[in-house]
Design a protein around this ligand. Structure first.
Ligand SMILES: *[C@@H]1O[C@H](CO)[C@@H](O)[C@H](O)[C@H]1NC(C)=O
Length: 374
């Protein structure tokens, strides 16, 4: 302080530092504070460890064939009509398209236009196709391709992301709303917030009545009726688990855990008619997810996501997991470069798989022991 010129030099330096460092930091702090987005802590029973799958085949992109490239964009779910040999899928442009599996070329054709973003698809006993349409609600498409809207809300609460659907042999339709708070374009935000905004519903085609079976679910996504028709298995994406809801018998209304600590984030689940459920894993349990265990980090990630896309590496390592009807993991097909795989369906010797974002449907030739259901 003895030298006055040094003193003003220090002041100048201090001013420059304040401008360069303190000001941006305080701007960031005020952005952080003013953001009305407050992620939740994960529930105490949520674990980051993953189960061990006895059989794993990595690198499936190398052995995958593409079907309908450029036409089947974002084939999110699959429904197979074994009688006609047509495989149906909902595309991002609002078309339901079908692949003729009787033809060697696997010919693709437009089938019915429903608009919006069709996700889950399932045939009823009379071949009515039920569609979970993310932005619209639960729809059906008759054999004449006439589209009807069946439900847009339940108990007075409008649906946000109608996501998965399956139909029991008695005609009851089971479907999920992944989140009443967010829409499909905001699904990552729902995951970052980490609160249970989802519900499981049934729809009775005879009475047109929608009933809420369960609420407070963590992004309930895919759903599949069990082969004995006694329960419906649904997957809670952000908790990396699937649960079983009993629909008849002594345990009617009871929820059991079906499988937990999955090696990725479950999307659709489909029964293959051969003793196994196939779960699409939209993303692997990548190490980046470990950082997101902290609500504060998820809040920062949400703020940063307004300035760029940081999610692509999070969504890698996607795949398909086959599990027994008791929920025992059996076989994992995956690829570290694969992302946003949403569904897998075993048909004969092939596994057809779809994605929220790819420009085609894929298929691989299954390993022999998987084909034979050993
Ligand atoms: C989804 O929600 C966001 C935020 O509320 C909104 O800005 C956007 O328009 C919605 N998208 C659609 C397709 O409805």
């Amino acid at each position: 302080m003895a030298n006055p010129s040094n003193g003003s030099g220090n002041m100048l330096l201090g001013f420059v530092l304040a401008t360069l460092v303190v000001a941006p930091v305080s701007v960031l702090i005020s952005i952080y504070r003013s953001e009305e987005f407050n992620p939740a802590s994960w529930p105490a029973d949520y674990k980051e460890k993953t189960i061990t799958v006895p059989n794993v085949r990595s690198g499936i992109l190398k052995i995958s064939e593409k079907i309908g490239e450029g036409v089947l964009r974002g084939p999110e779910d699959l429904a197979y009509d074994a009688t006609s040999g047509f495989l149906y899928t909902g595309c991002e442009d609002g078309w339901i398209r079908r692949v003729d599996l009787n033809t060697k070329e696997q010919t693709v054709e437009d089938w019915a236009f429903i608009g919006g973003r069709p996700l889950g698809l399932a045939f009823g006993p009379d071949k009515t196709l039920f569609v979970a349409s993310a932005y619209k609600g639960l729809l059906k498409v008759g054999k004449d391709k006439e589209v009807s809207l069946l439900a847009t809300e339940a108990d007075g609460l409008p649906f946000g992301i109608v996501d998965g659907v399956d139909v029991a042999s008695d005609g009851t339709v089971y479907f999920t709303d992944a989140s009443y708070k967010y829409n499909l374009s905001m699904y990552m935000v729902d995951g970052l917030e980490g609160r249970p905004y989802g519900r499981l519903m049934s729809y009775n085609p005879a009475t047109s009545r929608t009933e809420v079976l369960l609420s407070g679910l963590y992004f309930p996504n895919g759903i599949a009726v069990s082969p004995d028709q006694g329960s419906v298995v649904f997957c809670e994406t952000i908790m990396r688990r699937c649960k079983s809801y009993h629909v008849r018998g002594e345990k009617k209304g009871v929820v059991d855990l079906f499988i937990k600590d999955l090696p990725g984030f479950p999307d659709n689940i489909r029964y293959d008619g051969d003793g196994r459920f196939w779960i699409g894993l939209a993303a692997g349990m990548n190490k980046e997810w470990l950082l997101l265990r902290y609500p504060m980090v998820r809040k920062i990630a949400h703020i940063l996501s307004k300035y760029g896309d940081f999610t692509s590496s999070l969504l890698k390592g996607s795949g398909l997991l086959a599990v027994s009807v008791e929920g025992e993991p059996f076989f994992l097909y995956q690829d570290k470069a694969l992302s946003q795989t949403t569904v897998g369906l075993k048909i004969g010797k092939h596994l057809y798989y779809g994605s929220l974002v790819s420009g085609y449907l894929s298929r691989i030739h299954l390993d022999e022991d998987v084909v034979e259901g050993k």
